[in-house]
Design a protein around this ligand. Structure first.
Ligand code: AMP
Length: 302
């Protein structure tokens, strides 16, 4: 990086510096900005894998200062969810973040992010959040309220020019784009492709929960999405979804949802026409709740 903030920390060094307070982070960003750098932000909950690293590398290629945030955000976990056992390995994350090109890591404690008496939330309401992961029958509206509140706070704290998100969390990306537009955050949102294991499983920190037999079963999710896309292109969306259901059933996976939605509005779609369609799946596989999706562009239709 070009700024004066951390010039004594070569990029190839073992670990990215971890800043714990908003004040330190703001000061480092202000220095970098004064030195003429653009600021890139990669929000994460840590336990880094190639998916996260692809976002850091993209930020490195475009921005003068690359900030990764590392914060397991309690407000986006439901009471029955895995907050307490969410995998963590900060030392490894700091090393991997540095290797991928992060200049610094904002790794605050929960109390630093949510001060005493915090009573404000940012919520994208309606059809983007009351479906799929926001459906009360699934994770509930609290999930996205937690996500948008923490991302809005990160945008205010870091003030990035560009923020990087993964297509793996397709609904989250749509919701964050909406929030940034609606609240006039002066940030460009970049959404980058899902990074997968060699056998197709979408990388996820939660894959660490999978026992070997469940890890094998979990490959059915990406096979199902592949079948959905093939079916949609060669027959119909309905045929594709049926084929996807069969793939999941063969692996004894009962999806929480498997649905085709308009990629921007998330309204249900029944045919592949002139707009991009997302086929999204969520399922409990052993100890892990997994999500995955495929984006089908109509122009690629054969
Ligand atoms: P998380 O740490 O799971 O909150 O993810 C942090 C960011 O990394 C989010 O923008 C995710 O969408 C993105 N991400 C997670 N897994 C992947 C993946 N397999 N490929 C690309 N991006 C991902």
């Amino acid at each position: 990086m070009n700024s004066s903030v951390l010039t004594d920390t070569p990029r190839s060094s073992a670990a990215a510096p971890a800043l714990r307070t908003k004040a330190e982070l703001r000061a480092a960003v202000a220095d970098a900005r004064r030195a003429g750098n653009t600021i890139g932000l990669v929000p994460t909950m840590g336990y880094l894998h190639e998916g996260h690293l692809s976002l850091i590398r993209a930020a490195r290629a475009e921005c003068g200062l690359v900030v990764m945030s590392l914060f397991v955000n309690p407000t986006q976990f439901g009471p029955a969810e895995d907050l307490d056992r969410y995998p963590r390995d900060e030392q490894r994350d700091l090393r991997l973040a540095a290797e991928a090109g992060a200049d610094l890591v904002f790794a605050p404690a929960v109390e630093e992010v949510y001060g005493p008496g915090a009573a404000t939330a940012v919520e994208v309401t309606g059809s983007l959040t009351d479906v799929l992961d926001g459906d009360p029958a699934h994770r509930g509206p609290e999930h996205f309220r937690g996500v948008t509140t923490v991302v809005a706070k990160l945008f205010n704290i870091v003030d990035p020019d560009v923020a990087y998100f993964g297509q793996k969390d397709a609904q989250q990306a749509v919701v964050i784009r909406r929030m940034a537009r609606d609240l006039d955050f002066p940030v460009r949102i970049e959404v980058l492709p899902t990074v997968r294991e060699a056998d197709g499983l979408a990388m996820s920190s939660r894959n660490a929960y999978l026992e070997p037999a469940d890890r094998e079963r979990a490959t059915a999710l990406s096979r199902a999405l592949g079948a959905a896309e093939r079916g949609a292109r060669t027959g119909s969306l309905g045929i594709g979804l049926e084929a996807a259901r069969r793939e999941l059933a063969a692996a004894a996976i009962e999806p929480e949802y498997l649905e085709a939605r308009d990629a921007e509005t998330l309204t249900p779609v029944h045919a592949l026409e002139d707009r991009p369609v997302l086929v999204l799946v969520a399922a409990q596989v052993g100890a892990a709740r997994l999500i995955d999706n495929v984006l089908i562009h109509p122009t690629e239709n054969t």
